[in-house]
Design a protein. Sequence first.
Length: 674
Amino acid sequence: MKANTKVLALMALLAAGVAGAEGTPVDTEIKNIATATFNDPTNNNAPSSIDSNPVTTKVLPKPDFDVVYSGNTPADGTTIDTSPAPTYNTTVVPGQQMVFPYDIMNNGNTVQNITLTTNEAGTIANTLVTPTYYEDKGVIGVYEPGTDTPISGPVSVPYDNPATTTVDEGIVHILQVYTVPADAAVTPGSTYGATPVGTGEVFNAGTISTKPEADTDLQWNKVTVYDPSGLVGPSGFPNAGATGTYTDPADNTTTITMSGDTQTAAPKAGDTTVTFINTLSNPGALEDGYVLQQPAGLPSGVTVTYLLPNGTAFSTTPVTLNGVTYVLENGLPTIKNVAPNSTENASFQTVVTYPATQTGSVSVAVPIDSINDTDTTADDTTTNVINTASVLFGNQSSTSTDPVPGDNNDTVRSPDAPGTTVNIPMEIKNTGGATDTFNVSADPVTFTVVNPDGTPSTVTVPVVYLPDANCDGTPDSTTAVTQPIVVGAGSATCIVATVAVPANAIPQTTNNLQQTVTSTTTGATAKDTIDTITVPPANLGKGVTVAKTVAGADTNTALPGADLNYQIIAKNEYSAPACNFKVTEANGTTTKGVVNTFTYTTFKSVTASASPTASIIYSFNGGAWQTSSTPTIALNTVTKVEVAIDSSGNRDFGTDDCIGANQTLTIDFVTTIK
């Protein structure tokens, strides 16, 4: 078949030239040949075709590029103040290494060599940290040293070949890595930001030039330095607001009461240790850890030790309990991995040890400090208080604001005469840390008394405590104080110990009074065992009395040769012995008149006895004392008779020979009228 080319020729002439096809690789030749098909009328309408002349177009370079957030999400065009997505706007701690992923996109049709520089901004002093860029060779977005290679020059980014629809060859994944400054200038709330700036070839209005990315086409990241914080409070209440009680985990006799941000222990007397439970939490936005700092301003002898919740010691080997790590780091007890936003509590034990002599309240402010700040200032404190169990008891003192046993010249109280009531001003001072109630008691006081017949015996007298509200040493009433006695913390209450001395008490100094005050709540005890009572001599009647009678029907008349039977009764009515005591019969002048017995009578006999019974001694005419009532001289020569009680037992008379209290000496003395 022969075609008529003049009639049927396709006159579609395509001028040969160039075209800019973005994305099509540079130097690609695009060939175009048109084909016409028809039924040839000259050949019985047989199907026929004819091709046009070929037209070839060579693609010219049209370079373009962009540096974008990884995956191009979010869109770029941000500034440090127009914050990007959360993954590029985060909170950090000083010294933290930051890794931000980016993509270099080749948006043109020719290979690009992109140079990377950095814009930096922020409020941190000396903010230029010069980020390092790495080609992300491993897991996209994850910095893997040794796998990801540092970028030291232009980055070659191939173009995307439209012929391969399943992969985009025009992307290079990179990482921007820098470390947030850790020096003191990095204060909480400081910001730092950086953006990679790519420089490469771009096509604009038919011209190819090398340019950096425009300021409106950047992709900033921003970090804000974390402002760490912490909360610590009583057991289970890190944010204060505590209520309720719990038992000391190491001593079930001690109750700890919680109120607000304070917990208070009331240990029993004799205790020197209290174990509190404290709880902390992390209200910050990042996981944090806390150092348990030593409290400041502890009283002398008071120490604080921190333990794990189970009561074991912190050690350099980390221990994880309930997801929280307890470890001794740099010698400091530290609690780590505490979840943010107060979603997790971490408890620990605070052991407070104090001297046995400690009085009043012991206040311990427990501080915690985040490990993610640049100072050692505590982020929070909570208060543990120990109200010690202690009390002072003694005499109201003129030399001290505190009661002092035996003070104020009260060691021996004299004179407290028989039949009077002794007042001993006493004082109870609560030196513990809380209001307390006290019972006061004393052993009965024993006195030696003389009975009417002269025999001694003992009497016990109770100690009665009377109120003394104004502490003047004088009882306010005769009604005993109501016990237990309430005494506020650090306050004192006065009372008067009263003892009724028996009216027939002989001179004596009592044994020391055994006085005791005891707390009804803690068992704290104090004693005063120094006071005594001295009883002076007292006249129980008429002092020493001497009565004399003459026996017989008619005692006022007698005949010569008759016997005169005299009876002399001497009695000591003092409460004490009368010493150097003797009865004498002799001529002479007395206060009652002239004695002439031995002028007109002759001595015949003498006998004597004592009640209570005692040895009797005699002396005649001033001679030696003897136990016999018979003179060793002639009876008619006796002109003086002396009789005494030999209380010394030495058969001689002296100042130590006494007639006892209520003792009676009876003498029967016989003479004959001349």
